[in-house]
Ligand binder design. Structure first.
Ligand SMILES: Nc1ncnc2c1ncn2[C@@H]1O[C@H](COP(=O)(O)OP(=O)(O)O)[C@@H](O)[C@H]1O
Ligand SMILES: [Mg+2]
Length: 223
């Protein structure tokens, strides 16, 4: 499903060049649950942004389902992002003036889905993260763990096949983080592909396969 071949990405920081990804090569098959572990600044978010078609490599190739992403038009990339991929971020990225129900419905509005189908699917998504009764709450009225569950509902409402999570438990205490990990395990059991980025070894070990990243270089971790 995912294939990186010698992907490089360099950022200019003043006079200095930072190799955020340095000849990264890896493959992830459909239905895998993979964690990417590395310290702060090692290139994890850069890797995720390229995987999620939010950014493109400077050199090397990224194939998603056999398609060379670098050759896709902007319209195709938008379509891939909205149909295939569910994103979950460390800071939840919810819209503060919107209720849980409105936040989760947003991707469906972008896809042109109409009421009452939106309502049916949003309620189903909120039910799956056990927050249906909180649908009228705004982010500030919910705990961090609940906000992240709303974000997961927003990611799964479009029924993507690939979930990309960038430090999804990074802002949560370990018990709440455990609840969030439980949701990713469920999504994996339902056949989804999960790529979960973390700097936390305990979280990383929960994945079936671990990839490490250090100074932009990726390596398989064999237990
Ligand atoms: N937009 C950017 N401009 C300049 N440097 C960047 C940018 N994004 C990332 N970097 C640099 O690239 C390296 C990898 O960053 P990142 O992928 O965010 O790492 P991580 O997510 O593992 O903390 C870091 O040294 C970071 O400072
Ligand atoms: Mg990061």
């Amino acid at each position: 499903m995912i294939r990186f071949e010698n992907v490089c990405k360099t950022y200019q920081m003043g006079d200095e060049k930072v190799k955020a990804l340095d000849h990264a090569s890896l493959q992830i098959g459909e239905g895998e649950f993979v964690s990417v572990i590395g310290p702060s600044g090692s290139g994890k978010s850069t890797l995720m942004n390229i995987m999620g078609c939010l950014d493109v490599p400077d050199s090397g190739s990224y194939f998603l389902d056999g398609k060379l992403v670098g050759q896709c038009s902007e319209a195709e990339l938008t379509r891939i992002r909205s149909r295939k991929i569910g994103f979950v971020f460390q800071n939840f990225n919810l819209i503060s003036r919107m209720t849980a129900e409105e936040n989760v419905g947003l991707p469906l509005i972008y896809q042109g889905v109409r009421q009452p189908e939106i309502k049916r699917r949003v309620w189903d998504a909120l039910d799956r993260v056990r927050l249906l009764e909180r649908r009228g709450h705004k982010p500030a009225q919910m705990s961090g763990g609940q906000q992240q569950r709303v974000a997961i509902a927003r990611a799964l409402v479009t029924e993507p096949v690939l979930f990309l999570a960038d430090e999804p438990t990074g802002n949560l205490d370990s018990r709440t983080g455990g609840e969030i990990m439980e949701m990713f395990h469920q999504l994996h059991e339902q056949g989804n592909t999960i790529v979960l980025i973390t700097h936390d070894q305990q979280i990383s070990l929960q994945a079936k396969r671990q990839i490490s990243i250090y100074d932009g270089k990726v390596k398989e971790v064999w237990e």
